[in-house]
Write a protein that binds this ligand. Structure first.
Ligand code: AMP
Length: 304
């Protein structure tokens, strides 16, 4: 694995690979790697010839009162983890390298960015789409891998790639959870013992909601209320939002009958955490996708 810090060097490495007929796979990250990040690297390693991972804590996707300065970092651990996953190029640019003075261009995806996290984090998705568009342009990947943990981000990036005719396949990968259901996140490091325990109510509420849908509930308001009531009992947890939306357009739905995203955000202790379940309806049968547990093959939902 080589570690590169300049755009020119990454371009040269990716150009050389493509010239030799090798396909480039790309995983954009903000570092502090856990199994979620590593699962994306493994997917890229399995599918592509040159695997490029970017590690850049992108300042433009943080609001003024958010945790940019405190965001956890571990360059040594991350380098070792990327190496262990067979990554070829680790790209760690500085802020000055990514945003030279005079830059005036941003990428904005309309509509999809207004609800869910977009409502409570104004400007966040413009930061995300702008940096991902730049990274796509630098790396030139055939495939780029994103976790379904950030379901809205995935939908927004897919829309951007379609709308801008970007020659990259955007691949969504399973949400990876701790064995007790908590979605892995770099921000879980902010949780002390009690908050960490309390945080399990988030995935627990999504599990209950999924079960209700499997048992026949289709009313979005009722499913939403079930989550609000479940989380409402937990100490240290304050819901930011619970939304039930079309999985592709992110428009609110009244009934769960086609692919639906049930997404929430909550403040738990010092952390703001997100979680979600996507419920699809192959042949009309509700099929929740809660992702995978780190230490087992999957999180099973019992049918009625
Ligand atoms: P981040 O470093 O938080 O910006 O995340 C980088 C990539 O890792 C994004 O595509 C995330 O969706 C993905 N990711 C983060 N946490 C998880 C998780 N628990 N399961 C699957 N993917 C994840």
């Amino acid at each position: 694995m080589i570690t590169l810090t300049t755009i020119a060097d990454v371009r040269a490495a990716c150009d050389a690979a493509r010239a030799a007929g090798r396909r480039v796979g790309f995983v954009p990250t903000m570092g502090f790697f856990h199994e979620g990040h590593r699962s994306l690297m493994r997917a890229a390693r399995a599918n592509d010839d040159l695997v490029v991972v970017s590690l850049f804590v992108n300042p433009t996707q943080f609001g003024p009162n958010e945790d940019l300065a405190a965001y956890p970092r571990d360059l040594e651990g991350d380098t070792a983890a990327a190496q262990a996953e067979g990554v070829d190029v680790l790209f760690m640019p500085t802020v000055a390298e990514m945003y030279p003075a005079g830059a005036r261009t941003t990428v904005h995806v309309d509509g999809l960015t207004e609800r869910l996290c977009g409502a409570s984090r104004p400007g966040h998705f413009d930061g995300v789409t702008t940096v991902v568009a730049k990274l796509f342009s630098i790396v030139g990947p055939s495939r780029a891998y994103f976790g379904r943990k950030d379901a809205q981000q995935l939908a927004v990036i897919r829309r951007m790639a379609t709308d801008l005719d970007l020659p990259v396949a955007v691949v969504g990968c399973p949400l990876v959870r701790e064995t007790d259901g908590l979605a892995l996140s770099s921000r879980n490091v902010y949780l002390d013992g009690e908050a960490r325990q309390a945080a399990t109510i988030l995935s627990g509420s999504l599990y209950l909601a999924s079960e209700a849908v499997v048992r026949g509930q289709r009313d979005a308001a009722a499913v939403r209320q079930l989550i609000v009531d479940t989380v409402g009992n937990a100490p240290q947890v304050r819901l930011d939002y619970v939304e039930i939306v079309d999985a592709a357009t992110l428009e609110p739905v009244d009934e769960l009958t086609t692919d639906t995203l049930v997404a929430l955000a909550a403040f738990v202790g010092k952390a703001r955490l997100i979680d979600n379940v996507t419920i699809s309806f192959p042949a009309g049968v509700p099929t929740p996708d809660l992702g995978v547990l780190t230490a087992s093959s999957g999180m099973q939902i019992e049918s009625a």
